[in-house]
Design a protein around this ligand. Structure first.
Ligand code: ZN
Length: 174
C-alpha cells in the first residue's frame, strides 16, 4: 500500500538544494518512492510532484496533468515518473501561466516558461526516454524540474503583483 508522505513546505532547506542523481532507477526504494509520491500528489490534487517536496533528496519527478479542483482546465495524461530528468531542447517562445505548488499552499503566481521543451529521463528499467511537451504539460515539467535545483515558482515570478491567493485565483478562473 502506498503511504501518504508529509509535504515539505516553503522554508524547509530540502526545497533549496540541488537534488542528488539516482544511481539505481530500478531499485525497490525508488519504485516505492514513486508510488508514495503519486499517492501523496493525488491526495493533494496536484498535477506534478518532485521528490524534494516529500523530503527526499533525489532527482525524481512525476508529471500527471489531469483536471482537478485545483486545476479545472488541465489536460488529461497518464502519470509519468521521470528519474534523472533533463531538458535537452527549449523553444525560443515563452508563455505566461498561473502556477501553484503543494509546498506553497494557498498562493498562485503568473510564471513565464518555455512554451515547448524536449526532455529526457530514465525509467525504472533503466531506459533513457525522450519526450516533447508543450503548453501546460511543459509548464508542469519545468516547475517540477526546478524543484530538483532548489528553485520555486516564486523565484520565477516577474513581479510580486503577479501573485494571488488560490481562493481569488479560482474565483477568476473557473
Ligand atoms: Zn511545486
Amino acid at each position: 500500500m502506498p503511504r501518504l508522505l508529509q509535504l515539505a513546505l516553503l522554508g524547509h532547506p530540502v526545497l533549496r538544494q540541488s537534488a542528488a542523481e539516482v544511481a539505481d532507477p530500478g531499485s525497490v526504494e525508488i519504485r516505492e518512492l514513486v508510488d508514495d509520491m503519486l499517492f501523496t500528489m493525488t491526495d493533494a490534487n496536484g498535477v506534478g510532484i518532485a521528490a524534494p517536496q516529500v523530503h527526499v533528496d533525489k532527482r525524481v519527478v512525476i508529471v500527471a496533468s489531469r483536471p482537478n479542483p485545483r486545476y479545472p482546465d488541465a489536460p488529461q495524461m497518464e502519470p509519468t515518473a521521470m528519474i534523472n530528468p533533463e531538458i535537452i531542447w527549449r523553444s525560443d517562445e515563452t508563455c505566461e501561466g498561473w502556477e501553484g505548488c503543494l509546498s506553497i499552499p494557498g498562493i498562485r503566481g503568473l510564471v513565464p516558461r518555455y512554451k515547448a521543451i524536449r526532455i529526457a529521463y530514465t525509467t525504472f528499467d533503466g531506459t533513457r526516454v525522450e519526450q516533447h511537451f508543450t503548453d501546460f504539460v511543459a509548464r508542469v515539467f519545468q516547475h517540477e524540474f526546478d524543484h530538483l535545483e532548489g528553485v520555486s515558482f516564486l523565484d520565477r515570478v516577474v513581479s510580486t503583483r503577479d501573485l494571488m491567493t488560490e481562493k481569488e485565483w479560482l474565483k477568476r478562473n473557473v
